[in-house]
Ligand binder design. Sequence first.
Ligand code: PLP
Length: 233
Amino acid sequence: MNDIETKLQSVLQTIREAEKKSSRAENSVRLLAVSKFHPLNLILDAIAAGQFFFGENRVQEAREKFFEVFKTQQNVRLHLIGSLQKNKVSHAVKIAHCIESVDRITLLQELQRICEKQNKKIEILFELHTAEDSKAGFENFASLHEAVELCANGNFPNIIPKGFMTMAPFTNDEKLIRKSFITLRETKEKLQKEFSSLSLSELSMGMSGDYKIAIEEGSTEVRIGTAIFGERN
Ligand SMILES: *Cc1c(COP(=O)(O)O)cnc(C)c1O
């Protein structure tokens, strides 16, 4: 067993225990291995250990590594989780299966334009800003609502919304972290009810430091970097 495999199995076991503890179905939480700042060989180790979903923040870095990965590994799925600039959308659509960090309507418009051009469809999550100390995500419920409504009304036929993503605050205060996750879950419930033509089941929440709490609050995908690949330089 390589080092990555040992850590992966430990994280997976923790996920399965957290599912059980909160009466969630087994395997209802997916592990996204966040490989940003880590080299290709560690990604290949993780794939060899059975991991297929990966997250990266930066388009350029993702391209450099995953161009190599996809040469031999067609089953691997890449999710972009970092804030996405307009001029990177074209490369992002070429390489990613899902953009989890959709945080503005102008980005939806650009994604639609590029997807049409590339004759592609792309999955997305709406990122909601739920913590004081980050800037990422739709600023409030109203702005997010407007974006979801535009999707529900058929404005972006090449975009497939799958749900929501958030980052909890960087703090040891469990209450504050939990509050972030509850906000995302309640937002999902409201918007899914109102826009029932969309399938908004995904809740991407939980990182190395807080994923047990996220699973208790309904996470369907945890994004784990450090606990698998170690500290980033
Ligand atoms: C880096 C990052 C992660 C992973 O964080 P760890 O604490 O290393 O598990 C998850 N989500 C996003 C959006 C990130 O930028």
